[in-house]
Design a protein around this ligand. Structure first.
Ligand code: 13P
Length: 263
């Protein structure tokens, strides 16, 4: 797809970890760690995705201390408002200055029965409220065996993007389910192959301009020791980090992937 200026996005998906007090301490420490390492040059975007109950506290901290992190939520309702007990509207997230929202993480697909159609509806809901959806796709170990790596994520992304405006601002995260929390990351080549296939889907659904500017992240057992090798791949534009995002020094080292020569 050629060389483009896609700003890398290193995103920390905290999942259901850290209460709002721990969240404030963690974000503060991450900020100081990166600042001490002279990291604030905007060459990498840092995204933090805490649980819903932490968002207001983290937003207040980011605002007060002018911390250069983007805030995101881990899910959003397909509805705007109304009698949907327990749901969170994209309008509420936008009011909290969330820039991003994770959509269709494999844990939501698996434990909350989110279908490709639900993921597509949530993608539309996020865009409607001015949020950038981080659309998660990925194959299970069984899918990999049966269909190869790309078929399932390609199908999932096609449904999520179908009918969107060509100007839609989205991020795609390729997370092989077998690599999540397993310590068994995909190889950089595997990640590159699927990310290239996903970029082709973006081109087919939204056009070449969208394909060239849209960031595609890899996720699944990303660590400071393997991030540089993923980031060297032409179609990998960042990472969606789970477990390692909870450890400040480790996450800071991942954010600073340009500074280490690790493979
Ligand atoms: P791990 O980094 O813990 O494998 O989790 C990846 C993930 O699911 C991020 O969304």
């Amino acid at each position: 797809m050629g060389v483009t200026a896609r700003t890398p996005l290193i995103a920390g998906n905290w999942k259901m970890n850290l209460d709002h007090l721990q969240a404030v301490a963690t974000v503060q420490k991450l900020h100081w760690t990166l600042r001490d390492a002279k990291f604030e040059d905007g060459s990498v975007e840092v995204g933090i995705f805490p649980p819903f109950t932490d968002l207001r506290s983290v937003q207040t901290l980011i605002d007060a201390d002018k911390i250069p992190f983007a805030l995101g939520a881990q899910d959003v309702s397909v509805h705007d408002s109304g009698a949907y007990t327990g749901e969170i509207s994209g309008a509420f997230l936008a009011k909290l200055q969330c820039r991003y929202v994770i959509i269709g993480h494999s844990e939501r697909r698996e434990y909350h029965a989110e279908t490709d159609e639900v993921v597509a509806a949530k993608t539309k809901a996020a865009l409607k409220h001015g949020l950038v959806p981080v659309i998660c796709v990925g194959e299970t170990a069984a899918d990999l065996e049966e269909h190869g790596a790309a078929a399932v994520p390609v199908g999932q992304l096609r449904t999520a993007l179908s009918g969107l405006d060509a100007k839609a601002d989205v991020v795609v995260a390729y997370e092989p389910v077998w690599a999540i929390g397993s310590g068994q990351a995909a190889t950089p080549q595997q990640a590159q192959d699927v990310c290239a296939a996903l970029r082709q889907v973006i081109a087919e659904e939204l056009g070449d301009e969208a394909a060239a500017r849209t960031r595609i992240l890899y996720g699944g057992s990303v660590k400071s020791g393997n991030i540089a090798s993923f980031m060297r791949e032409p179609d990998v534009d960042g990472a969606l980090v789970g477990g390692a995002s909870l450890v400040v020094d480790e996450f800071a080292a991942i954010v600073r992937f340009q500074n280490h020569v690790g493979v």
